[in-house]
Design a protein. Structure first.
Length: 119
């Protein structure tokens, strides 16, 4: 399991929601990807189980897990153009200005934080 705070504030967060009426177990699923300044991508899969005879629909929120690492030089704009728009992802959290949008995601965020901590 991974903690969101240990990788710095999220630079970009995208999600994809799917209704699954044909599934025997689930009714709804959501996959969320969170991109962080140290280049780590965290993933969370949530789902809602189908109602049974004994209980109603139940939500199962998942924990964040380390999914991938972004290569150096890739920006939030690159992720939005190549992954989010063609794949049908919804942008939940995005950079607010153009400078943040075109700043590389994979930086030495942890090293900078550790250096500034002892000054």
């Amino acid at each position: 399991m991974a903690r969101l705070a240990s990788h710095g504030p999220a630079v970009l967060r995208i999600s994809k929601t799917r209704q699954t009426p044909d599934s025997a177990l689930t009714v709804w699923t959501r996959k969320t990807l969170s991109f962080h300044p140290d280049g780590v991508v965290l993933r969370k899969n949530d789902h809602r189980e189908r109602a049974t005879r004994y209980q109603g629909e139940r939500n199962y929120p998942a924990t964040w897990k380390r999914y991938a690492k972004v290569k150096r030089g890739k920006t939030a704009a690159w992720v939005i153009e190549t992954l989010a728009k063609p794949g049908g992802w919804t942008i939940e959290l995005a950079p607010t200005n153009q400078d943040e949008l075109h700043t590389p995601i994979n930086t030495d965020w942890k090293r900078t934080r550790q250096r500034n901590q002892y000054r």
